[in-house]
Design a protein around this ligand. Structure first.
Ligand code: ZN
Ligand code: ZN
Length: 676
């Protein structure tokens, strides 16, 4: 669902009317003068990147420069509750009905102006409609005093996806005059989306002066969306530990869409395979645990461990594999790409990080809301950007859970990049600001900072990367190859991205000579960082090798590409070429020694070696739980690359960062590799 919505969404949610929102308002005055301006020049269209979405750019630029009248977005709104106090909650993926009272502001709404009900345009809320009383989203709009209608005509119509417009005709809506909007008033109600959150907004928009330009009411009412019934237990162990090392097992109850269910209580039996982590045989989820547990453990002996759990209400779970050894690099898992309700995602910033740490059991995370996309924009609301940073600072706990600051540079010209900052008070450089609208402009602004930019959904999706711009070697040493949008590693990968563009994948970028490491990032919009794949079947994680659990440690591992990507699974992948770690430069040689050690979090299908643009080895997994092999690669010549891909039978995927065959020494060497 997420994919369909994000790939087809138009400009309905923009605050600007123009040919969008207000086109449906009968007899509304034409917006004055705005359409005479050309928002994208002929030269831009002719010379710009081939996959640029110019219509989107034109809409955003027009919206940005539109004048807002003081009456736009004015007034107040609240939920009208039933006598028993109900009416401010929803259950994820179930229908309900909600009543909103809108009260006009001190300037009222002129005749020809409009009030709008905009439910989240990004998710599965029913489109409010007035045509079909039996259908989903049926909405009734009434005058709610004071006084009578007195010549007022309220003309409600669906103006776009998830947007109901109410044109004010006949006379003005006077200051403090009220409307009652009953959303889901028919027997079918209105559908809430599938994702739980404390405050899902039912946005009210107001065009107070009737010029076709509207603005959102900042304190639009919200409903609390509760999780559905619990469906499974998520168990997470560290990827690796050294013998006698300490770690923790996290256990969380989630529903079928991955929403955390805080109400589950009861005993959970644990079975450790093989025995030896010092875990109790049974643990109890108490009401005050909010459906999550974190249990300390100590790994006694070398080996590969898993934990199975059987909980209340028939809930089952099995952990990822944990390798206890002092002969492999330490593996940490993180998700450095995701969105909250600060832009177009679900849930608060606080809930985002709590989910990442306590439910998904991640070691590190970044929240990367859009600079200029959603119902309100970070680049024009500095307080929202500050809120994102402040929450990150609050949750950052080196050694336990590391938060990296970030945002998404949402360019509809060159493709999206998320920007990660390894310092504490970064600035946001907007993709709509002419100074930073090209990758070169962005990199100029970031030069000298401890920051990284990461191109994502490169192979297709909402907009592919423009690879004619070479990635900045210092600021962009990586590319994201897996997320909820699908896999952008190569056209021959499982779960390939939607709307794929042949020749535009990460492997094609390597063929252009770019030196890029591979990471996965959830790009979660459902409030489920680290577990975005639960609802979407696709997600993304990045695993670091030999990194300290600190911002410095992560920065070092990412910059030296000592990482691998997964599409959400917690597979383990170790590989060296001539003793060098993945992501490094290796000298040309007649015979290179490639060591591979892979462990799946589900049965393995095969391990593949990719070299010179194609798969050169396909090694079927005979042992379903692991593959361990050493291969000899002949004639590794200057300019080529080699990488390893692990395929699980369930569609799970892990991809190593490439080894780059270069005569020149590495500019950013990692620490010496330890051979598995
Ligand atoms: Zn994006
Ligand atoms: Zn994103």
């Amino acid at each position: 669902m997420a994919r369909r919505r994000r790939s087809t969404i138009g400009g309905w949610w923009l605050a600007l009317g123009l040919a969008l929102g207000c086109a449906g308002a009968p007899d509304a005055p034409e917006p004055a003068g705005v359409q005479e301006i050309s928002w994208v020049s002929e030269q831009e269209r002719a010379e710009g990147p081939p996959h640029a979405r110019w219509n989107m750019v034109a809409e955003l630029r027009a919206d940005l420069s539109a004048q807002r009248h003081a009456s736009d977005g004015a007034g107040r709104a609240w939920l009208e509750l039933a006598e028993d106090g109900s009416g401010d909650q929803a259950t994820a993926g179930q229908a309900g009905s909600w009543t909103i009272i809108y009260e006009a502001g001190p300037l009222g709404v002129v005749e020809g102006g409009a009030v709008g009900l905009q439910v989240s345009p990004f998710w599965g809320w029913s489109t409010p409609q007035v045509e079909h009383p039996q259908g989903l989203g049926y909405t009734v709009v009434e005058h709610a005093g004071p006084g009578s209608l007195r010549g007022l005509s309220l003309q409600a119509a669906t103006w776009g996806d998830q947007l109901l417009g109410i044109a004010v005709m006949g006379r003005s809506l006077e200051p403090r005059e009220r409307l009652r909007i009953r959303y889901g008033a028919g027997p079918a109600g209105a559908m809430a989306d599938r994702f739980a959150e404390d405050a899902a907004r039912l946005w009210i928009t107001v065009d107070g002066d009737g010029d076709g330009v509207r603005a959102v009411l900042e304190d639009s009412p919200s409903v609390r969306v509760l999780a559905g019934p619990p469906a499974t237990l998520v168990l997470t162990l560290p990827g690796t530990l050294t013998p006698r090392g300490q770690g923790r097992l996290t256990i969380a109850a989630v529903d079928s869409s991955g929403n955390h269910v805080p109400t589950v209580t009861g005993d959970i039996e644990l079975e450790v395979l093989p025995a030896g982590l010092g875990l109790p045989a049974s643990v109890r989820l108490r009401p005050e645990d909010d459906g999550v547990l974190s249990i300390e453990l100590t790994a006694a002996e070398e080996g590969l461990y898993r934990v199975r759990a059987r909980g209340p209400e028939g809930l089952l779970g099995q952990s990822n594999p944990m390798l206890v050894s002092d002969r492999v690099p330490r593996v940490l898992f993180g998700d450095l790409h995701g969105h909250s309700d600060l832009s177009d995602g679900t849930g608060s910033t606080a809930d985002y990080f709590a989910y990442a740490r306590d439910v998904a059991g991640l070691d590190f995370a970044a929240l990367t809301d859009h600079d200029h996309w959603g119902m309100r924009f970070l680049d024009s609301h500095p307080e929202l950007w500050e809120q994102s940073l402040e929450e990150g600072r609050r949750q950052h706990q080196p050694g336990r859970f590391v938060v990296v600051h970030g945002y998404e540079w949402t360019s509809w010209i060159y493709g999206h990049r998320h920007v990660l900052f390894f310092d504490d008070s970064p600035r946001l450089y907007s993709s709509l600001d002419p100074r930073y609208e090209s990758p070169a402009g962005l990199w100029r602004a970031l030069r000298g900072q401890r920051a990284l930019t990461i191109a994502h959904h490169s192979g297709g999706g909402p907009i592919p990367t423009d690879w004619s711009v070479p990635p900045d070697p210092e600021l962009e040493p990586l590319v994201e190859v897996a997320s909820v949008h699908g896999v952008s590693e190569a056209m021959d990968a499982p779960g390939v991205i939607y709307q794929p563009i042949q020749g535009n994948f990460a492997r094609d970028a390597l063929d252009l000579g770019y030196e890029l490491g591979f990471m996965g990032g959830g790009d979660s919009h459902d409030g489920h960082p680290g577990l975005a794949w639960l609802a979407s079947n696709q997600g993304g994680l990045v695993a670091t090798l030999d990194a300290d659990l600190s911002r410095d440690g992560l920065y070092d591992a990412l910059r030296s590409r000592r990482i691998y990507a997964t599409n959400g699974v917690r597979a383990l992948l170790f590989s060296t070429l001539d003793g060098q770690p993945m992501g490094s430069r290796v000298a040309p040689t007649q015979l290179g020694r490639l060591v591979i050690f892979a462990v799946g979090d589900a049965p393995l299908q095969a391990v593949e070696v990719i070299r010179g643009g194609r798969i050169v080895q396909h090694i079927p997994a005979t042992d379903q739980s692991m593959v361990q092999t050493t291969l000899e690669l002949q004639d590794l010549v200057q300019g080529e690359y080699v990488y390893v891909r692990v395929l699980q039978r369930n569609g799970g995927l892990a991809v190593s960062s490439p080894f780059f065959v270069r005569a020149e020494p590495a500019t950013m060497p990692g620490p010496p590799a330890r051979t598995p």
